[in-house]
Design a protein around this ligand. Structure first.
Ligand code: HEC
Ligand code: HEC
Ligand code: HEC
Ligand code: HEC
Ligand code: HEC
Ligand code: HEC
Length: 426
């Protein structure tokens, strides 16, 4: 036995060695760039459509770049995927068709060095994500996701085992009873005959139901399963009360983000400038639309709704405010009043892209609620997202205060932001 385990040990050691060499030579084959520079470029250019660990508009880039190791091809693809597709490169065509020919942006402004940095960053980040997953799996995940599926399956398993035990015990009790009856000289055959006569009188279905109802253990089992099923359904329902993920009301004008923000590439800021400056992103006034629609598509019925709402007469090109009747856009995202959410804090300070919370708006004909907007959603992101404190006056002041405290100097609430308007005012 000992020699066998020794052989096993040696074998696994050599397998590990070989794997190590293979991995080492693989990573040598990969282009090496500056991951920090790559991260900034990735966040600025790619996160609208890609995540490293999840499929979005485009593939999840972590696994994709583990599979696709031809860096020369990748650089060409990222710089100008349209050229590769036009040249009928088989790999490019395959991925293009796999994603319904959605088409990726051309990044001719990125140099080969830039792209190498991005690729390095993606591969390193993906490695980190996988390592983190391997290191810290259970506790936090369980705490964040309520009752885990494991628990439910475990319960069901226990119930099934309990049922089998009950069945077996039932048999044992039955045969014991029969032995007892025999000992008491009561003829088992008599009892059976009487029972047969009885069941003959009623029809077979009734007998079947009666038999089931008589089996107390089976009834108990059905009741317990029913309670658990109802319980978990109720639990799910309660958790999802007031969660409106996917909510997509019909809007009064057939305004399309896909056309304006996607095809025409109008910056979100053009219409939702509030998102960079204040708590609210705000819906643009129709005057913003008129910058173009005074002359664009003037015959369209939908555009005439804009004219009517503003009291604008396209023939005389004059506004009559007494005729105006504002458009009632249906609000999609809606936090309860008890939660304070500030756009500029996230978009401007945190540097988070609109799409990370609102999804690929630039591909939506009609906007829908992409994220659940639950407290869990807010908190999970806060736990994961690293804060970039460099060159941020707020964090500089916190660090300065920290130094003062260390030196034993006085720090007032004002130093910590206690006189900023937004801390006390909505
Ligand atoms: C407008 C959305 C969009 C943006 C922005 C975008 N991509 Fe893509 N990307 C896609 C889509 C969609 C695909 C799938 C192929 C297709 O439909 O053309 C894709 C595919 C890819 C692939 C797979 C290529 C292959 O053959 O395996 C890589 C790698 C990639 N993107 C990297 C990037 C990088 C790096 C950036 C940022 C510099 C970026 N993408 C920005 C949409 C985008
Ligand atoms: C030309 C103006 C315009 C541009 C550009 C634009 N939007 Fe909008 N957006 C609107 C209008 C008008 C509405 C209200 C009607 C609707 O929901 O479609 C709206 C609604 C929304 C909503 C839903 C608001 C709610 O009711 O909860 C979100 C989210 C949104 N926009 C995000 C974006 C993002 C992200 C971009 C950039 C990719 C963008 N918008 C670009 C005009 C614009
Ligand atoms: C930067 C210019 C620009 C702005 C700003 C703009 N649009 Fe448009 N919009 C266009 C163009 C160009 C088209 C027509 C595209 C085409 O030819 O089909 C269009 C098409 C439309 C259509 C489809 C009309 C039809 O019948 O096909 C609607 C509806 C519309 N816009 C509503 C709006 C609303 C509402 C706003 C303001 C929130 C707005 N647009 C702001 C340029 C603009
Ligand atoms: C960190 C997540 C997050 C990011 C990033 C984000 N939003 Fe929002 N957005 C929200 C939440 C949450 C609401 C609901 C706010 C409420 O009901 O008070 C919302 C609401 C909106 C609304 C509805 C009107 C309003 O002012 O509340 C619009 C329009 C909107 N967002 C556009 C944008 C645009 C454009 C960007 C990018 C410049 C953006 N958002 C970035 C989370 C986000
Ligand atoms: C996509 C990630 C993300 C989501 C989702 C998100 N946040 Fe944040 N939030 C951040 C980041 C990053 C910061 C830190 C910004 C900074 O100061 O650099 C932040 C900061 C904040 C702060 C300021 C904290 C402080 O120290 O002053 C508040 C308040 C806040 N978020 C509320 C919310 C609420 C409410 C929601 C959900 C409706 C939410 N956030 C969803 C990323 C997110
Ligand atoms: C430490 C908390 C705090 C800070 C910081 C703060 N305020 Fe106030 N502010 C208040 C309170 C409380 C009231 C209400 C006082 C009252 O009703 O008598 C108020 C009242 C006001 C009012 C009067 C509102 C009305 O209805 O009459 C204005 C305007 C105002 N603040 C503006 C500001 C501005 C601008 C800033 C930033 C420079 C600021 N505040 C910073 C706490 C604060």
């Amino acid at each position: 036995m000992r020699s066998f385990s020794l052989i096993l040990k040696q074998f696994s050691r050599s397998v590990l060695l070989i794997a190590g060499f293979a991995f080492g030579s693989l990573s040598v084959a990969h282009a090496q760039g500056d991951a920090a520079k790559g991260e900034a470029l990735f966040k600025a250019n790619c996160t609208a459509c890609h995540k490293i660990d999840q499929e979005m508009t485009g593939p999840a880039l972590g696994p994709q770049l583990t599979e696709e190791t031809d860096d020369k091809y990748l650089v060409q693809w990222i710089q100008n995927n349209q050229a590769l597709i036009a040249a009928k490169n088989p790999k490019a065509l395959a991925i293009y068709n796999k994603y319904q020919q959605k088409g990726m942006t051309v990044f001719s402004s990125l140099s080969e060095g830039d792209v190498t940095n991005i690729i390095t960053y993606i591969r390193e980040d993906w490695k980190k994500i996988q390592e983190d997953k391997a290191k810290a799996p259970a506790p936090s995940a369980a705490a964040e996701s309520g009752p885990s599926e494991m628990v439910v399956f475990g319960l069901i398993g226990i119930i099934i085992i309990a049922f089998i035990v009950i069945l077996v015990l039932n048999r044992v009790v039955g045969s014991l009873e029969r032995v007892l009856l025999k000992n008491k000289d009561l003829l088992v055959e008599d009892a059976l005959a009487a029972e047969a006569a009885g069941t003959a009188a009623i029809d077979a279905r009734k007998a079947f139901i009666a038999k089931i109802l008589k089996n107390k253990k089976l009834v108990f089992f059905i009741l317990v399963s029913g309670t658990i099923a109802m319980g978990s359904w109720g639990w799910e329902t309660l958790w999802n009360t007031n969660v409106h993920q996917g909510y997509q009301p019909v809007q009064p004008i057939k305004y399309s983000h896909e056309l304006h923000a996607g095809v025409m590439k109008i910056d979100c800021q053009y219409c939702h400038s509030g998102a960079y400056k204040s708590k609210n992103a705000s819906i643009p006034s129709l005057n913003v639309c008129m910058n173009c629609h005074k002359v664009v598509k003037t015959e369209s019925e939908e555009i005439h709704k804009i004219y009517d709402a503003l009291g604008y007469d396209p023939k005389t090109q004059k506004y009559d405010s007494t005729m105006a009747k504002p458009i009632q856009w249906v609000r999609i995202h809606n936090l309860p009043d008890l939660a304070y959410f500030n756009h500029s804090q996230h978009v401007k300070v945190g540097g988070i892209k609109c799409q990370q919370c609102h999804g690929p708006v630039q591909t939506m004909k009609e906007v829908y609620q992409y994220s659940p907007l639950t407290m869990k959603w807010c908190i999970q992101c806060h736990k994961r997202t690293e804060v970039n404190g460099k060159g941020n006056a707020y964090y500089d002041s916190i660090l300065a205060a920290h130094d003062k405290i260390k030196k034993g100097e006085k720090v007032t609430a004002a130093v910590l932001g206690g006189i900023e308007c937004g801390k006390c005012h909505y």
